[in-house]
Design a protein. Structure first.
Length: 538
C-alpha cells in the first residue's frame, strides 16, 4: 500500500471510530448524530480531512496518469511519427503580440520585414525537375546511327548529311576486380657470375599482402560512407567470384587504420587549438570476450567537431561514458566547449562552456505535442532566434555579435522572465515543467553564444557528423572487439573530415595509403585532409 493510501486509511479508521463512539453503528439504517456540539465539530473536521486526503490522492493519481500518457505518446511518436520538429509559423501566430510589443518603439523596428512569427512563402518550382548534365569526367562512348538507305527515293542521288542529334544516357557497369601480378625480373652476369640485379617493386603499407590500396579504400568507403558491413560486402564480392572472409577483411581494415593513425593523431592535436569545439557522444556496442556471461558491452564514440580554422572531425572510441574520457582527450584545450546538457562535461571551465539550444527547444516541442499550449511561447521565441541566426550566418563576426546583442538578447531576456514566472505555477514533473527546469538550470550556457560572434547557438554540426554513425551502428550491430571500435573511430575520423571538406573519401584514402607505403616518413601535415593535394596522374 502506498503512503497516501495508508494515510487515507488511517483517517477513515479514525472517522469510523468517532462514528462508533457516538452511536453510529456500521450497517445501521438510521444515522444517529451526537447531540454535543463539540463532538459534531470533531466529526465534521474528521470528514473534511478525509475528503481533503481523498482529493489529494486523486490529484496525484491524475498527475501520474497524465505523465504516463505523455511518455506513451512520446514513445509512439518516436517509433511511428514524423521525426521533424518543424512547426508551421501560422500555428504560433497567437504569440506574436508579445513579441511585437517588445519591438514597439525600437529604432528601425518597422523596417525589419515580415512578422517575427511568419516567414515568406517558399517559391515552388513549376514543371519537371530538369536534368543535370553528366560530368565531363565520364568518358563518352559514341554510338552512331545512320539511315539504312542513303539514296534519295525521288531522284536517286546520294543523300548529304545536314546535321546530327545527340542525346546522352547514363549507364552503369558493375565494378570489376583486377588481378595485378608483380613480376620482378632478375639479371646476373654470365661471365663472372657475381652480383644480381633485379627490378624494384613499389613499397606498400603491408609486406606482400593481397589487397591493393584501392581495395582497402573501397572497404573503408563502403562501410563508413555507404554503411555496408563487412559481411554484406563479402556477399557482394562473392557474386563477382571473389570470396573473402570477414576475418580477413577485418585484418585489412585494422592494418589500414594503423597506417593512418598518425594522421588522426595530428588532427587531434590541431582541434585542441580551436577557439570553439563541439562535442557529442553516441553509443556503440562491442564484443568483450573477457566478460563471463554477457559478451556484448556498450561502448561510446565521442565526436569532436573543430571550427573553421581547424575543420577536422575526430572520433574517439571508449568503453564507457564517464567524464574521464573527454578529460583525457581535451587535455591542453583552452577554447570554448559546446555540448548538449550531459553532465559528463561539467568538469570543464564553466565560464567557457556552452549548451545546445536545440536540445532545450526539443523539450518544449514535446510539451507542445502533448497539447500544452503554453509551450508555444517558447517555440515562438526560438523561431525568432533562429531567423536571426539564419540572417547573420554569412556576416563577419563583428556584425554577428552586434545583431545578436541588439535583437537576440532582448528576446532571451523576455524568455527568461517567462520561464521564471511559469516555474512558480507549473508542476515540475509535467513535460512543460521539465522543459522549464532544463532551461533555467542551463540558462547561462544557453545564452553564452550571444557574447561572441564566432560562437554557435547549437550542436547541429557535430550531431550531423555523428548521425551517419547511427546508420552504421544499426547495420553492423556491434564491433568485434575494443580494437575494432578503435579501428572504426580512425576510419570515421578520416571519412567524416573528407565529407566535411568536400573531398572524395575513396580517392583520398587510396592516395594516402599509397604514399604512406612508399614513404613511411612522409610529412603528416601534408597528408591531412584540407592540406592534402592529389598526386598528379601518372
Amino acid at each position: 500500500m502506498k503512503v497516501g493510501e495508508t494515510s487515507m486509511q488511517a483517517t477513515k479508521d479514525k472517522c469510523d471510530q468517532d462514528l462508533h463512539e457516538n452511536g453510529v453503528q456500521e450497517g445501521s439504517e438510521e444515522l444517529v448524530l451526537p447531540d454535543d456540539l463539540k463532538e459534531c465539530h470533531t466529526l465534521i473536521v474528521a470528514l473534511r480531512d478525509l475528503l481533503l486526503e481523498k482529493d489529494s490522492l486523486l490529484s496525484s493519481r491524475e498527475a501520474d496518469l497524465q505523465r504516463l500518457k505523455n511518455h506513451l505518446q512520446d514513445l509512439l511518436r518516436s517509433k511511428y511519427g514524423r521525426m521533424t520538429e518543424k512547426i508551421h509559423p501560422d500555428q504560433l501566430v497567437i504569440f506574436a503580440k508579445d513579441l511585437l510589443d517588445r519591438q514597439a518603439g525600437q529604432p528601425g523596428s518597422s523596417d525589419q520585414g515580415p512578422s517575427p512569427l511568419t516567414s515568406p512563402g517558399k517559391q515552388h518550382k513549376h514543371g519537371g525537375g530538369g536534368r543535370n548534365p553528366l560530368p565531363e569526367s565520364i568518358l563518352p562512348i559514341d554510338k552512331d546511327y545512320y539511315p539504312d538507305i542513303q539514296i534519295c527515293s525521288c531522284c536517286g542521288k546520294e543523300l548529304t548529311e545536314i546535321g546530327v542529334e545527340i542525346t546522352e544516357q547514363l549507364d552503369y557497369v558493375p565494378a570489376n576486380f583486377k588481378r595485378i601480378r608483380h613480376i620482378v625480373h632478375k639479371f646476373s652476369c654470365q661471365g663472372c657470375h657475381k652480383g644480381v640485379q633485379e627490378g624494384k617493386k613499389p613499397e606498400q603499407i603491408h609486406s606482400g599482402g593481397m589487397p591493393t590500396e584501392g581495395v582497402l579504400a573501397q572497404l573503408i568507403t563502403a562501410k563508413h560512407v555507404d554503411h555496408s558491413p563487412l559481411e554484406r560486402q563479402c556477399n557482394t564480392y562473392a557474386r563477382q567470384g571473389v570470396h573473402l572472409s570477414v576475418s580477413t577483411m577485418g585484418r585489412w581494415m585494422r592494418m589500414s587504420a594503423e597506417a593512418m593513425r598518425p594522421i588522426v593523431e595530428r588532427m587531434h592535436k590541431l582541434v585542441l587549438l580551436c577557439k570553439l569545439l563541439e562535442a557529442d557522444e553516441s553509443p556503440f556496442d562491442f564484443l568483450d570476450k573477457k566478460r563471463p556471461l554477457k559478451k556484448i558491452k556498450q561502448g561510446y564514440f565521442w565526436a569532436y567537431y573543430g571550427d573553421d580554422d581547424y575543420p577536422y572531425v575526430v572520433f574517439d572510441f571508449q568503453v564507457d561514458r564517464s567524464k574521464e574520457r573527454p578529460m583525457k582527450f581535451l587535455t591542453g584545450f583552452d577554447g570554448y566547449l559546446l555540448t548538449d546538457g550531459y553532465g559528463g562535461y561539467l568538469w570543464y571551465d564553466q565560464a567557457k562552456s556552452l549548451n545546445c539550444n536545440v536540445h532545450c527547444r526539443r523539450y518544449f516541442e514535446k510539451a507542445k505535442k502533448a497539447n500544452n499550449k503554453e509551450a508555444g511561447f517558447a517555440l515562438a521565441i526560438y523561431q525568432k532566434l533562429y531567423e536571426i541566426e539564419d540572417r547573420i550566418r554569412d556576416l563577419p563576426e563583428e556584425q554577428r555579435l552586434k545583431i545578436r546583442q541588439e535583437e537576440a538578447v532582448p528576446l532571451l531576456e523576455k524568455f527568461h522572465a517567462w520561464l521564471v514566472e511559469k516555474k512558480r505555477t507549473e508542476p515540475p514533473k509535467t513535460l512543460l515543467g521539465i522543459a522549464i527546469n532544463y532551461a533555467l538550470e542551463r540558462w547561462e550556457k544557453l545564452i553564452r553564444y550571444t557574447t561572441s560572434g564566432f560562437l554557435k547557438i547549437d550542436t547541429n554540426l557535430v550531431e550531423n557528423s555523428i548521425r551517419p554513425h547511427a546508420i552504421t551502428r544499426k547495420n553492423c550491430l556491434f564491433a568485434g572487439s575494443e580494437d575494432g571500435g578503435e579501428t572504426a573511430a580512425i576510419h570515421a575520423s578520416i571519412v567524416n573530415t573528407c565529407k566535411r571538406l568536400g573531398i572524395n573519401p575513396f580517392e583520398y584514402i587510396k592516395d594516402v595509403l599509397t604514399r604512406l607505403g612508399a614513404n613511411p616518413t612522409s610529412d603528416i601535415d601534408e597528408l591531412i585532409p584540407g592540406r592534402w593535394k592529389p598526386a598528379p596522374p601518372s
